[in-house]
Design a protein around this ligand. Sequence first.
Ligand code: ZN
Length: 176
Amino acid sequence: MHEQLALIFRALAFAARRHRDQRRKDVQATPYINHPIELAELLINDGEITDVNVIAAAILHDTVEDTETTIAELENMFGSAIAGIVGEVTDDKSLSKAERKRLQIEHAATRSDAAKLVKLADKICNLRDMLSFPPADWPQERIRAYFDWAHAVIQQVRGVHPQLERLFDAEYARKP
Ligand code: ZN
């Protein structure tokens, strides 16, 4: 128990430092760290996930994609299991945005269950954020397209966690 809490709080402290200058795209410009915290909260409370590697990976899931952090660094600090999950959910930023979006759909089914859970939580949280605080400069069409793309990704991970999939479907049903 202590060891698991220690790991989770090391991940939280690390992610908070790395995301310290970032804000979410919503009108309130919420501190970025709220987003990974929400993923972990959802996985623990709604998903009843107890695998500490999944929780830590959820907390760290955007550090490589959106900050200077490398997979090697995560491997060093948190071990190869957690770094591996983060690697699985990290887009290749050398590719165009359209290509990255296409690959998320194409690759989702081949990911580990742990990575699928992080992906599922990420998409649920993103749809919720879009519904409660839409990005200031996004027209409705763009928000609708985002919902459909998230849906296409989640179609590929079905079966990993029916309870969380139902939560995703509930958010998707609220598509503006
Ligand atoms: Zn995310």
